[in-house]
Each structure stands twice: as C-alpha cells, then as structure tokens.
Design a protein around this ligand. Structure first.
Ligand SMILES: [Zn+2]
Length: 297
C-alpha cells in the first residue's frame, strides 16, 4: 500500500478505536435541516467537523451564536441550555518572546481554538427577526479536481440524480444519487459519489468482485466487506483531491458501523483496504498488473 493510503488507513483505524461518532451521512443531515447549512449568526458557514456536529442537531433554524454574540444582541441564553463546542484552526506565529530557540521565530504553527455556541432557539430576548426559513443559497459549487477525477474514470458507469438515497445497482451498472444540491457541501457530494464509484469497480466488466456481483444480502459478511471496500476507496479518492479532512469524521462513523458487523476483524479491514486501493487505482486509471487477482493481505 502506498504511504499516503497507509497513513489514511492508520488514521481511520485510530479514530475507530476511539468509540462511536454519531455523525450522519451528508445528505441526511441536510435533509433534517430542510437543506440548510449550519451557520454563525454573523453569516459564516460552518465547515468540516463543525458542520457535521452542528448539522446533526435538529433545530428549525440552523443559526448558532456565542454567549457574547447573544449579549451583543440584547439577549441571553435560556437557563439550563447547553452549548455545543466548535473548533477552529488558527495559525500562530512564533515571536521572539514565545520562541524557545532562535530559528523558530517567524514560523507559524496551527493551534485549535474551541468556542461554545448555542442555537438561536436556546436564547431569549435577542433583538433580531429570524427568517422563517433561510433562503437556499445552494448553487452547487463543483470541486474541479474531484469532478475531473470522476470524469476521467475509465469505463464509467451511468449516473442518475433524484430520490433521497445513494446506491449502485450492479444489474444496470448505474449509480444513483440525490440531487447535488441536497448535499450540504460539495465535499459530501463527492465523497458519496466516490463511494458509489468504488462499488461500481466491482462490476463483472471491471474488477469483478464476488461480494458485489453475488448480490449478497444486506448486513451479511460479504455485504459488510463490500461496504468497507467502497468507503475506503472513497477515503483514498478524497485524499487524492484534497478533501479528506472535510469528510474523514463522517467516514469513520460509517466505517465503524460496518467494521462492527465484521466483529472488529482487523484482518478483514486490511483485506478491504488492499481491495479499496485496487478500486481507487482503477478509477484513477492506474491499472497495474495483477488486477483481478486476490492480493495477499
Ligand atoms: Zn455502499
């Protein structure tokens, strides 16, 4: 396995070992919010892990603010309400005062700053008029590299939009996805597309994975293995186009579900990772010798 993929697998395994993360799939979170994106009262949209964390809450208005922002609007947080942590990364420049060694001065180091935010409906007395529903801002904003990756897939399956579930149908060699705008972020859309493309690599006309083609029943071992392969393939492809940070927590929660079905069988995970690499290589057009053979895990 390439070092980049190894480090992703290691990161996912590490996160899996830290317990369940109850984040949902990207379009479901958004569906629950009427396709609205969680945002700060200032208008700034939350991204990445903050988006997942706030997106899973089911307040009618996905608008959040800090204690101070509530005060500035003449209101306060209702007694007994609990806030939600959000994390932002900042770059801190090392100065002569903070450096421990001379050559550190001027270097920038990332550090995480945590804020506690509350939903507007946890507040009282705010002097603002809440919109009935936020306008849907979502013009889908494609991520060029991710788009190019999908369009460059050799022997691509068909892609249809509509409905509220994502799936790959082997009998029709067809990927079905909810409409692009139903996804909270473009990253969420591409992660889902790459997952289904991962399944499609198992088609008889491509890598011919028996777990996909045998029509194994939902929840069975073969089904779980195929899900792991598809999701790891998506993780690798997200890393290829630089959106892995934005989706990794979501993927971890998903992978964990399937891994539990494989009874925390670590060798199954390694086997799945090797197959996922083959799937990712196929989609990237990096067809190596030995494709189609079972790789020793
Ligand atoms: Zn799947």
């Amino acid at each position: 396995m390439s070092p980049a993929y190894e480090s992703i697998t290691a990161r996912i395994l590490d996160m899996l070992s830290h317990g369940q993360i109850p984040w949902r799939r990207p379009w479901r979170a958004i569906k629950g919010l009427g396709m609205q994106h969680p945002r700060n009262i200032s208008g700034n949209l939350y991204r990445g892990a903050n988006w997942f964390l706030l997106g899973m809450l089911s307040y009618p208005n996905p608008i959040f603010l800090t204690y101070r922002q509530a005060q500035a609007l003449g209101g306060h947080i209702r007694k007994g309400e609990h806030g939600f942590p959000v994390v932002f990364w900042k770059l801190l420049e090392i100065t002569e005062d903070t450096a421990t060694e001379a050559d550190q001065v001027g270097r920038k180091i990332p550090f995480a700053k945590t804020y506690i935010v509350f939903n507007v409906s946890q507040c009282e007395g705010l002097s603002l008029v809440l919109p009935e529903a936020l306008p849907v801002t979502a013009e889908f904003d494609p991520i060029q590299d991710a788009e190019a990756l999908w369009e460059g897939m050799p022997h691509r399956p068909e892609l249809h939009y509509g409905g509220d579930r994502a799936c790959y149908i082997p009998g029709l060699d067809l990927v079905k996805l909810p409409d692009r705008k139903a996804f909270g972020t473009p990253e969420g859309y591409y992660e889902t597309l790459f997952h289904e493309a991962g399944h499609a690599t198992g088609h008889a006309s491509r890598l011919n994975r028996k777990e996909l083609m045998s029509g194994s029943h939902f929840g069975g071992r073969d089904y779980s293995m195929e899900e792991l392969v598809a999701e790891l393939c998506a993780a690798f492809l997200c890393a290829e186009v630089g959106i892995d940070q934005a989706v990794i927590e979501n993927q971890t929660a998903y992978l964990q579900g399937w891994l539990e079905k494989l009874q925390k069988d670590q060798s199954a995970f390694v086997t799945a990772a090797a197959r996922a690499q083959k799937a990712a290589d196929f989609i990237l057009g990096r067809r190596m010798q030995g494709v189609g053979e079972e790789e020793a895990a």
